[in-house]
Design a protein around this ligand. Structure first.
Ligand SMILES: *Cc1c(COP(=O)(O)O)cnc(C)c1O
Length: 444
């Protein structure tokens, strides 16, 4: 069913009456702990448009948090998953095997950076992939400690929430947390105390010091980093930092894990964001865009590490579900055959200059940053770097009122992030950005 690729508002306000009614029901039935960015119920979606139950056509600049990079129901995804569902929906790969699981693993072994021998294990969610990367690193090294960065986000399970930096809402009240997790400062260029030009060298120095003096390098199993920090605020590390982490890890037999769950599979204008820096991680976690909308996650990396855990130590009932694997093969096919890595770069070329024009000494936009189709604006009090989450919230609200779905993020809640589907028509993307720019201008 094809959906007209245009913004169309048919109710006097968004959410419209049908969404409001459904939302009331939701409030009665669903736990309050699940938040919602935009309280509209979706009827259909495709390309760059979400159609709500009231008939509003909303421009999607979120992709369900970087998941529907190939669109919400790409024909290749739908065809493959439908065929698979008709053959069988589940066997549990730990019980009997099927080729889709092996095909996805082979694709990831081929697509991830580095030409060394690689292997893959599939899971269902991003948090599960991160947990399993830690299990693998700990078994392979025989060491307990895990080093993560400030502003990190790695998931909502006990271990991954312990690795996550931000307290509210991810950690508040959920402790005690998992032990043996240590945090080095994120080399956040915009907020680095001695200036962005020093962030790489000083960030690496701080990491080295924490590892060698506080923990002892011989106790560290893994250093885990997002090549662009996602929930933390779309923080692009300064050039050279990731390479430095990789070299330091290699020097000390520490497993370097790149959490590419948000950045992976074409999003940043490379198949994997590590490629921008020529970095080859020991292990890479993927999820979000991998399943083309279905829950699928993976750990991919050095075969010697991946094989460290004895049979039975990895897996899960649903891990690498056959329908999700079929969807992933459709998504990967679409990414490769439609040149979506290049599309992400085109999106950057088209959008970034327009956002950059909003930055200025008396502007509420302190910085614009990102790569490919992973772009963000950081809001501050004009003339300072003091975070302005209220301004970000107000801009997001205006976008939503106008039928453009944008998301907030950042440790201080003062960042608006853009994650359009990579297949979004350029005119529709331009229109979404028009609305965003207008919203920012109307506020400052
Ligand atoms: C979303 C995300 C996760 C967690 O993935 P889930 O599928 O929500 O468990 C982990 N790491 C990063 C970088 C993410 O963006």
């Amino acid at each position: 069913m094809s959906i007209p690729e245009q913004r169309r508002i048919v109710t006097t306000v968004i959410p419209g009456p049908k969404s409001v009614k459904l939302h009331e029901r939701r409030r009665a039935e669903i736990a309050d702990g699940l938040g919602t960015t935009m309280p509209v119920f979706i009827d259909r979606a495709g390309g760059g448009v979400l159609v709500d139950v009231d008939g509003n056509h909303i421009i999607d600049l979120a992709s369900g948090i970087a998941v529907t990079s190939v669109g919400a129901s790409h024909p290749a995804v739908v065809r493959r998953l439908t065929e698979q569902a008709e053959r069988f929906t589940h066997t549990c790969f730990l019980v009997t095997e099927y080729d889709g699981f092996v095909d996805v693993a082979a694709a990831l072994n081929r697509l991830t950076p580095g030409d060394h021998a690689k292997k893959t294990a599939l899971f269902s969610t991003g948090a599960e992939a991160v947990e399993n990367a830690i299990k693998i690193a700990r078994t392979a090294t025989g060491r307990p400690a895990v080093v993560v960065l400030g502003h990190a986000y790695h998931g909502r399970t006990l271990l991954t929430m312990s690795m996550t930096a931000k307290n509210v809402p991810y950690k508040q009240g959920f402790g005690p947390f998992a032990p043996e997790i240590y945090r080095a400062p994120s080399p956040y260029p915009y907020r680095w105390p001695s200036g962005p030009e020093n962030a790489a060298a000083e960030g690496l120095e701080a990491l080295r010091e924490i590892v060698t003096t506080q923990i002892g390098a011989n106790n560290v199993a893994a250093i885990v980093a997002e090549p662009i920090q996602g929930e933390g605020g779309f923080i692009v590390p300064p050039p050279g930092y990731l390479k430095g982490v990789q070299e330091f890890a290699n020097e000390h037999g520490i497993v370097f894990v790149a959490d590419e769950i948000q950045t992976g599979l074409a999003r940043t204008g490379a198949m994997f964001a590590c490629e921008h820096e020529g970095v080859v991680p020991d292990l890479i976690t993927t999820a979000k865009a991998l399943g083309g909308g279905l829950p699928l996650a993976a750990v991919t990396g050095r075969a010697d590490l991946m094989d460290a855990v004895p049979a039975g130590g990895l897996g899960g009932t649903y891990a690498g579900n056959p329908v999700a694997c079929a969807a992933a093969l459709g998504a990967i096919e679409a990414i490769e055959s439609e040149g979506l890595v290049d599309r992400a770069r085109e999106i950057e070329r088209r959008v970034l200059p327009r956002l950059a024009a909003l930055v200025g000494p008396d502007s509420v936009v302190g910085e614009v940053r990102g790569r490919g189709a992973m772009l963000a604006l950081e809001f501050v009090r004009p003339g300072t770097r003091r975070p302005a989450p209220d301004v970000a919230r107000a801009v997001v609200a205006r976008c939503h009122e106008a039928g453009v779905l944008t998301l907030q993020c950042g440790t201080f809640g003062n960042v608006i992030r853009l994650l359009p589907p990579l297949v979004i028509p350029m005119e529709l993307l331009d229109e979404g950005v028009d609305v965003l720019v207008e919203a920012v201008r109307s506020i400052r």
